[in-house]
Design a protein around this ligand. Structure first.
Ligand code: NAP
Length: 297
């Protein structure tokens, strides 16, 4: 029997998170004792002290690692000793672990998203065009993953300056093969007219919703306006997974497109974090079963 693992999730609000279910199932399936707790910590500055306490617990071994979610994915970086090249490129962390007495930050959302795109059969030919709606933490991860795999990306945000910041950050990465000004990535305002023009001038292969629009807890609405026809060649991937069929997915399927929710990314980013912490292969089938109530409805 391996040592017990004490894990958790830091963020706010997190009471409805599926991560305890996913990691609890994975620990049990691997015969590992331990737990995965929720650490509800509000944004800085009020959250600074409780966040420092969690960091201390990982340093002294009381915790073996944590996941990080809204609102801390970006500001947690300043609490850590080292960032993986992916976390550095994205400028956000969702997984913390200790190695050789140093605290490391990783971003498994990137590989979680890209692996799930592969799972659902979105092929990755060079220079295909992806449209990403939103410019927050999840959009950063999706943008980096797609650009690194040869896609062109249009980042569309209601605050265009937020999208511009993502492009500038990512362009600074030493791994970036797409300096600012390069046509691999451009930004537009998330509004009907820009969308209409984009759809008429570009052949979009993939539409990614990285806004909370469509979440059960959000006001009703879809990230895509009904008055604009979907590009028929596109696949829709909604990072939202609650409900299983979001308004965007419903509209896209009604128009004849193939559409997926973000549950696969959720499972995969968790599986990758589990592998970092335990060094064991994650039991993905068991993890999928743990969230089967929200699968592709
Ligand atoms: P975030 O950092 O808060 O970013 C959200 C983005 O959406 C921001 O650009 C925000 O713009 C924009 N937005 C919010 N409300 C909007 C609206 N009504 N209309 C247009 N844009 C709007 O959040 P995140 O971490 O990127 O997460 C985004 C979504 O992805 C959430 O639903 C989250 O649950 C989901 N997610 C899923 C996975 C998964 O594994 N499937 C992983 C990560 C995230 P403002 O800054 O102007 O508000």
């Amino acid at each position: 029997m391996s040592k017990p693992y004490h894990l958790g999730l830091v963020g706010f609000p997190i009471e409805h998170s599926l991560s305890p279910r996913l990691h609890g199932a994975a620990l049990r399936a691997c015969g590992i004792a331990g737990d995965y707790k929720l650490f509800s910590i509000v944004d800085l500055p009020e959250g600074e002290k409780p966040l420092s306490i969690i960091i201390k617990k990982i340093k002294n071994g009381d915790l073996d690692g944590v996941n990080v979610t809204i609102p801390h994915k970006r500001n947690i970086t300043s609490f850590l000793d080292k960032l993986s090249s992916t976390a550095l490129s994205v400028g956000a962390v969702n997984t913390i672990y200790k190695k050789n007495a140093l605290l490391w930050g990783e971003n498994t959302d990137v590989a979680g998203f890209m692996n799930d795109l592969r799972r659902v059969g979105v092929d990755q030919r060079e220079n295909q065009m992806a449209l990403i709606l939103g410019a927050g933490g999840a959009a950063r991860a999706a943008t980096w993953g797609l650009l690194s795999n040869g896609w062109r990306v249009c980042l569309m945000a209601r605050r265009v300056e937020q999208a511009q910041q993502v492009v500038e950050w990512i362009g600074k990465s030493s791994l970036a093969k797409f300096p600012p000004g390069n046509s691999q990535i451009f930004v537009l305002r998330h509004e009907i007219e820009s969308l209409r023009q984009l759809v008429s001038t570009e052949s979009i292969q993939l539409i990614v919703n990285a806004t909370p629009l469509g979440m059960a807890s959000q006001p009703k609405g879809a990230a895509w306006p009904e008055e604009i026809a979907f590009p028929m060649q596109a696949v829709v991937y909604d990072l939202v997974y609650k409900p299983g069929e979001t308004e965007l997915i419903r509209l896209a399927r009604r128009a004849g497109l193939t559409a997926f929710n973000g549950v696969g990314m959720l499972v995969e980013q968790a599986a990758l974090a589990f592998e970092i912490w335990t060094g064991m292969q994650a039991p993905r089938e068991v993890m999928w079963q743990a969230v089967e109530h929200i699968q592709e409805k």
